[in-house]
Design a protein around this ligand. Structure first.
Ligand code: AMP
Ligand code: GLY
Length: 420
């Protein structure tokens, strides 16, 4: 038996801890720093790589890293140097997410479908480029900006203002030293997540996130307001195309460039006329996509993490999924993704049916009470025999939970229904 250390504190990490704790091969699952819902919390921050390594060493842990920041900071390389078992990509491989410019150039030289783009560090030249185009653009900061460094523009004025915000005002700091201006593609987004061992990549179940804060995809982008799996938007034929033209090609091209990619590879794709192009790569599981995906997984996730590290995924059976839908409705603090209240007591957990899981994100437990402690607070995740029944089950449970400034979208999963 092995202990597991899950690094992170979001809903994704609660779902990973919950799933890994069901493995007969896993003894105790620790979470660092965890949240009000995770058990065996260890108060070490995700940026304290030495502290995490010491803990993993002393407690015989197999480590699973949830968020991008410690991965981009090189946690996997550090653990490997100390001969500690850790699941996730090396620092070099995280460039796919940590530098959007690196990722765009990588896609271009390897012929992986993505929107047309140019790179700028000069505002005037960027403006001139926008003026020369006959389509709308998206302006992106190069570096990690907690999902906020992307501005989707409806006209040239908005593009000029976005250039000013990122490149001149430096709203996202050094992450905005260089920008990408790319063609805006109007289509339907889906999350395609695969697990790789550096040689092959096996798909996880399909899913779709809901990035905007308000119903009908209005308002600013967030970390994700809800997700469901599977999504009818990615049918078998499209999944095959994405797997071959994007995922397999990416893993192979990384290998050819001397960078073995181990871990979750997440392609955020835009689908237009039956073809997918990559909007972004993430080098980790999605949050909240992880919650419905793990709910549907029959296989032992720990076995697949071991096979990823050891380069043995090709000898593993395909992952087995429940033939049901799962929906995760994120309950957030009103005001998110801007400012919001914290420390509000949350009630209603006792009335949640056993088959529904409330994964915690921005919560903390004080004297037995659960208090809000972040923008995305809970992910109410339910199964159902159809997408419609999973939606109904998730919302019925979500209604039982209350606190003063609770907010959620009311239309999670509806886009999928329109495709059935
Ligand atoms: P990213 O972090 O690059 O995925 O961008 C965040 C969000 O901006 C995406 O989820 C899309 O909703 C939107 N977006 C990014 N790139 C494009 C694009 N080329 N065309 C249209 N929307 C985009
Ligand atoms: N749900 C989007 C992400 O994890 O980046």
């Amino acid at each position: 038996m092995v202990n597991v250390l899950v690094v992170g504190s979001g809903g994704r990490e609660h779902a990973l801890s919950w799933k890994l704790s069901q493995s007969p091969k896993v003894d105790t699952v620790f979470t660092a720093p965890g949240n009000g819902g995770t058990e065996n919390n260890v108060s070490i921050g995700v940026d304290d790589l030495d502290g995490l390594a010491d803990f993993a060493q002393k407690n015989n842990c197999f480590t699973v890293v949830g968020p991008e920041d410690p991965l981009a900071a090189g946690i996997v390389d550090k653990f490997n140097q100390k001969n500690l078992r850790v699941f996730g990509p090396s620092q070099k491989a995280t460039q796919l997410e940590s530098s959007k410019i690196w990722a765009k150039n990588f896609m271009k030289r390897n012929d992986i479908p993505t929107a047309e783009f140019e790179i700028f560090d000069d505002a005037q030249k960027a403006q001139d480029y926008v003026k020369s185009l006959d389509y709308n653009v998206v302006v992106k900061a190069d570096g990690l900006a907690a999902g906020k460094g992307v501005i989707v523009c409806n006209n040239n004025e908005e593009a000029f203002s976005a250039i000013d915000t990122i490149l001149v005002k430096k709203t996202f700091g050094d992450a905005g030293n260089r920008i990408i201006i790319e063609e805006r593609i109007d289509g339907i987004e889906a999350s395609y997540i695969a697990l790789s061992d550096g040689d092959v990549a096996i798909p996880m179940a399909s899913s779709q996130d809901h990035k905007r804060i308000f119903d009908n995809d209005k308002g600013p982008n967030t970390g994700g307001m809800g997700a469901y799996s599977p999504t009818p938007i990615v049918d078998d034929a499209l999944a095959k195309k994405i797997q071959e033209k994007i995922i397999d090609k990416t893993i192979q091209a990384m290998k050819n460039e001397g960078i073995s990619f181990k871990g979750f590879l997440y392609a955020g794709v835009m689908i237009r006329d039956g073809e997918a192009s990559v909007l972004e790569y993430n080098v980790r599981m999605g949050d909240p996509e992880c919650q419905p995906i793990t709910m549907r997984m029959n296989s032992d996730l720990y076995d697949y993490f071991v096979a990823s590290i050891d380069g043995k995924l090709s000898s593993m059976p395909p992952i087995s999924w429940k033939n049901q839908s799962a929906v995760c409705v994120v309950l957030a603090s009103e005001g998110y993704p801007e400012s919001y209240a914290k420390d509000e007591e949350i009630t209603g957990f006792d009335s949640i049916p056993n088959e529904v899981h409330v994964f915690h994100a921005g919560t903390k437990k004080i004297d037995g009470k659960i208090l809000s402690n972040g923008g995305r607070v809970l992910g109410v995740t339910a199964l159902g025999d159809s997408l419609e029944s999973a939606i109904n089950n998730a919302y019925a449970a979500a209604e039982k939970i209350s606190w003063s400034h609770k907010y959620c979208r009311k239309d999670i999963g509806k886009k999928g229904l329109s495709y059935l």
